[in-house]
Design a protein. Sequence first.
Length: 263
Amino acid sequence: MEPGVEELMPRLLPVDDCDLAEDFDPTVPPRTPQEYLKRVQIEAARCPDVVVAQIDPKKLRKKQTVNISISGCQPAPEGYSPTLKWQQQQVANFSAVRQSLNKHRNHWQSQHLDSNVTMPKSEDEEGWKKFCLGERVYSEIDAVSDNENLGIDYIKVGFPPLLSIVSRMNQATVTSVLEYLISWFGEKKFTPELGRWLYALLACLEKPLLPEAHSLIRQLARRCSEVRVLEENKNEEQISALNLIICLVSRYFDQRDLADEPS
């Protein structure tokens, strides 16, 4: 280090010249305090004056700031608000599903996936949307009956959230996929494929929630309430599915301000 720099940056642990053994080797663990300080001094002298971090822009998330809205859900359409008893039963069922999943996670992780199942990488947003929803739903292609094919083409209809699949997803992947599907749902209609995956991903979320997951599930509940109000045909099965997601977010994950008032 140059003398001028030393004057501006005085050493906090000055090491005076000391008698070190002739066999002193700075690459081996120090045996005395003098050897330790000498080794630190040598390592510091080897550090470059300027260090530039190598950042991969692809790994930076598009949304760095987590915004948590305090606005509630829109009320259910008249005649479609779930009863308190129904909500409590759904929470109990959901809790049992989570306990079973955690108990048998190691077993399902050890199960081999079918040869046609290739899970996308965590950061592959488009890949996960197609994997979960299928090309038909994701690309909004009208369903065409395949009489010639006896089997199910999961590439077209999407892979279901099998235990052997979701058990392999760590929390970072669960949160990422949840974000991808909620983003898609923000501009698209609700489908059974989407509902199954949202339920499964919620079952995989660990408590206490991380801030990002907390924001996501609140966003999901509010979107469900919007779609529920805009549902023209008032499909009871679909409204029930939307009620279920709002119920789990509000009552299981303790977002009580989003809960439906009992009918």
